[in-house]
Write a protein that binds this ligand. Structure first.
Ligand SMILES: [Zn+2]
Length: 677
């Protein structure tokens, strides 16, 4: 029997309940064909290329493909199964081929380039200019302007880089998986809470072993380092964790690191950039390696004294408690946790009763209402992919449609871990109609039980606000072109809307709206809130310096010519010198398992975490000056940031909002690294 394929029909909302898995592949194939035909129409056109018939036409091509793949890949993250995973394996190469064919299409590039070259004669809006620049660079940054032999070299480098990164990742994974610490004497686990012991016991049982097994996976490794009193065992774990890819064996990554750094440098040179970091940062708010280096140095100067203070405080604490003379890396989490408990006596269980999920959702809705005048109405006639998913119609004060919001809060089999924001339909304006977006937030919060409603940890509360901040970026988007709408902005700018919203979780005025005890209705006591704030800053100096050290290591590989580097460990030691607190461990090396930058796409981008914090603290300071619910500041933020997406350079947008460039003082103050007035 052939079932009707509803994905091929026109639809407003994703028709989840009518989709059969077997429809995905044929639909994606036919959508690729349709997209190819649209591109052929551009390249075959006899008209002289102009913005509309080339750039805008390219931008709006493949719309059906985008919608179908967004449904498919979102499901693969939030409600997957073996069948969907298999289809993903099958369609991914087809999509890559299509993408590559487009980027390597010479006729198409020539047309784009001819528009690019006459742009000054065209009366383009700022947004159109940005779009033109983006389209042109998508080709040129992949070598479209190079002579044939150089293009060939570039393709070969790309191929080699992708297999090296893959190999790098496989080695790290295998190193992580092959290590286990098998404990048979319970005495060795003194200090470890029962729940983690149980977990380790079941890992052992799965392997038909007695006792407890610990691994280098975070959920096993982190509690071990935090709680286990046996210092020798902590050392053993830390040495194993820190030496992944650094054993001079078949899983060693030193050669891979050197090759990747050198190939990236060569690739950047071919494209006319001084270093790989110059290449990457061309499309970032930070713009140049110099700016990033200055930024990191500037924060380090302020954070280092605090970090040194904290370090010696911790060292004294460990000495007093256990007679430790020289604090080592494997002592950091353990004594840090002990000192924190002594200072704050704060735990999740104390806070959770004030954060019932439903109240927190209403809280984030209310905050959005006070800031942006948004109203959220739960609707029940929109198709969803799982009964747990909630759908809301979002409207503004004039009752105008703003967006559709999907919210999927609880874990289940088939959903990956973590929390994220995504979309099923972008916002854009076509034929005079402003198409409103369909945005989704997906989380993994504790489910309600028969006895209790879903009660969130404070960390989950800030996570919800974080993802909701991303969602606002998507929902309030108001641009013409979908590829630069909403959260489609430079990487070091994308976390501003999300991180800034987290600030409201620490404010009395906001908490009073929703943080009420689920049984008594009592508002959260302010001394608890103060404690949350203070404990959030615990050892902030050391944490900051640690993060800066990763950013500096990243740039040490990507912001210079690496041709003459031959010793990975020696190079790394040099890069770490300004941020060093603990004695070096010669058996350990960070670069050989630094997957963020050698496997994933974060090369020359690690600084972004701190960068975004500076932006969000600087933004929130503005709110604090005018009142955290100031409509005036909120309007400015909406007009200049949230609604603008990537239509202009983020620094331009930011300055228009704030009246000046972002300054790090607000962050340093918030983190307790500057004296408070
Ligand atoms: Zn985020």
């Amino acid at each position: 029997m052939i079932t009707k394929n509803n994905l091929l029909e026109e639809f407003t909302y994703a028709p989840f309940s009518k989709i059969k898995n077997e429809h995905f592949k044929p639909t994606i194939i036919s959508a690729i064909d349709a997209a190819r035909a649209e591109i052929d129409a551009i390249t075959n056109s006899k008209e002289k290329p102009n913005f509309e018939n080339t750039i805008a036409a390219l931008e709006f091509s493949g719309k059906q493909l985008d919608r179908v793949t967004s449904i498919f890949f979102n499901l693969n993250s939030a409600e997957t199964n073996k069948e969907i995973q298999k289809i993903a394996q099958e369609v991914s190469p087809l999509l890559t081929d299509f993408k590559n064919d487009t980027i390597l299409n010479k006729t198409l590039f020539d047309k784009v380039k001819s528009v690019y070259e006459i742009q000054d004669q065209l009366e383009l809006s700022v947004e159109q200019k940005t779009l033109l620049d983006e389209k042109y660079k998508a080709f040129s940054r992949n070598g479209a302007n190079l002579p044939e032999d150089k293009q060939k070299e570039l393709r070969e480098i790309d191929k080699e880089l992708s297999s090296l990164s893959l190999k790098f990742g496989e080695n790290v994974l295998e190193e992580t998986n092959k290590f286990e610490l098998h404990i048979t004497n319970e005495e060795d686990l003194k200090g470890l809470p029962d729940s983690f012991k149980e977990e380790a016991k079941s890992v052992a049982a799965d392997k038909e072993k007695e006792g407890w097994i610990f691994t280098l996976q975070y959920p096993s490794y982190i509690p071990f380092m935090k709680y286990v009193e046996n210092r020798e065992l902590r050392k053993k774990m830390a040495l194993a964790f820190g030496s992944k890819g650094f054993h001079n064996d078949e899983l060693d990554n030193q050669e891979n690191v050197l090759k990747i750094a050198k190939l990236r440098h060569r690739r950047a040179n071919l494209l006319g950039f001084k270093t790989h970091a110059h290449f990457v940062l061309e499309q970032r708010m930070a713009e140049t390696p110099d700016k990033v280096n200055n930024f990191l140095d500037q924060i380090l100067e302020k954070a280092k004294p605090a970090a040194e203070r904290e370090f010696s405080e911790l060292e004294n604490f460990a000495k007093k408690l256990d007679g430790i003379d020289q604090l080592q890396k494997w002592d950091a989490a353990f004594y840090g946790e002990k000192l924190k408990q002594e200072l704050f006596d704060l735990n999740d269980e104390k806070l959770k009763p004030y954060f019932e999920l439903e109240s927190v959702i209403q809280g984030v809705f209310l905050v959005s209402n006070k800031l942006y005048g948004l109203n959220f109405t739960e609707v029940f006639d929109v198709d969803k992919y799982h009964p747990d998913v909630k759908t809301y119609q979002v409207t503004d004060e004039q009752n105008k449609d703003i967006a559709l919001l999907y919210a999927d809060f609880h874990p289940r089999e088939g959903k990956r871990g973590g929390a994220w924001m995504t979309g099923y339909k972008p916002q854009y304006i076509q034929n005079g109609k402003n198409e409103r977006p369909h945005i989704s937030i997906v989380c993994n919060f504790t489910k309600p039980s028969k006895k209790d409603p879903s009660l969130l940890t404070f960390n989950e509360v800030t996570t919800l606000f974080h993802e909701f901040g991303h969602a606002l970026h998507g929902m309030l988007a108001n641009t013409t072109y979908p590829s630069i709408s909403g959260a489609n902005v430079y990487w070091d700018f994308v976390e501003l809307p999300s991180q800034v919203l987290e600030n409201w979780c620490y404010e009395k005025e906001a908490l009073q709206l929703f943080a009420k005890h689920y049984k008594t209705g009592e508002t959260i006591p302010m001394e608890l809130v103060e404690k949350i704030k203070e404990s959030a800053n615990f050892h902030e100096g050391m944490a900051t310096v640690r993060q800066l050290s990763f950013g500096m290591l990243d740039l040490s590989w990507h912001g210079i010519d690496p041709t003459n580097i031959s010793n990975v460990k020696a190079h790394e030691d040099e890069a770490f010198e300004p941020t060093k607190l603990y004695p070096d461990v010669d058996k350990n090396c960070m670069s050989t398992s630094f997957s963020h930058i050698f496997q994933g796409g974060y090369s020359a981008g690690y600084y972004s975490y701190k960068w975004a914090e500076v932006l969000d603290a600087d933004t929130f300071e503005y709110f604090q000056e005018q009142g955290i619910f100031s409509r005036e500041v909120a309007n400015k933020f909406r007009e200049n940031i949230l609604s603008q997406g990537g239509t202009e350079h983020p620094m331009t947008l930011y300055k228009r909002f704030r009246g000046k460039e972002p300054q790090p003082e607000a962050l340093l103050k918030r983190a307790g690294l500057l004296p408070k007035e």
